[in-house]
Design a protein around this ligand. Structure first.
Ligand code: ZN
Length: 99
């Protein structure tokens, strides 16, 4: 029993979250985010269900203060800072976010 406890301590170093940098909203600087849903329309033909389209929800994070979609989710879904889809082709460059 005591052995297992020691092993757990080795695997999980003590991390104090307040000592580390927070991700901030790049519009207002707020540090709190909340979940929101993005709804993707999946063509029915792709699913083999005839012409019926399906709605696929996916969770994203938005600033709890101004509602701006968090940068990593905007990059993933190709959205501008106002959360609108970017329609023109953008250059395929590497993200500067390290996760
Ligand atoms: Zn914000």
């Amino acid at each position: 029993m005591e052995k297992e406890k020691d092993f757990a301590n080795l695997q999980m170093p003590q991390i104090d979250p307040k000592e580390y940098e927070s991700i901030t909203c790049d519009k207002c600087g707020n540090v709190a985010f909340m979940p929101a849903m993005i709804l993707k329309i999946i063509p029915g033909l792709l699913l083999g269900t005839g012409a019926e389209n399906r709605i696929l929800p996916d969770q994203i994070l938005v600033c709890s203060k101004c509602g701006t979609v968090i940068k990593k989710d905007r990059e993933y879904y190709n959205l501008d800072i106002d959360g609108k889809p970017i329609t023109e082709k953008v250059e395929n460059k590497k993200s500067d976010i390290i996760i």
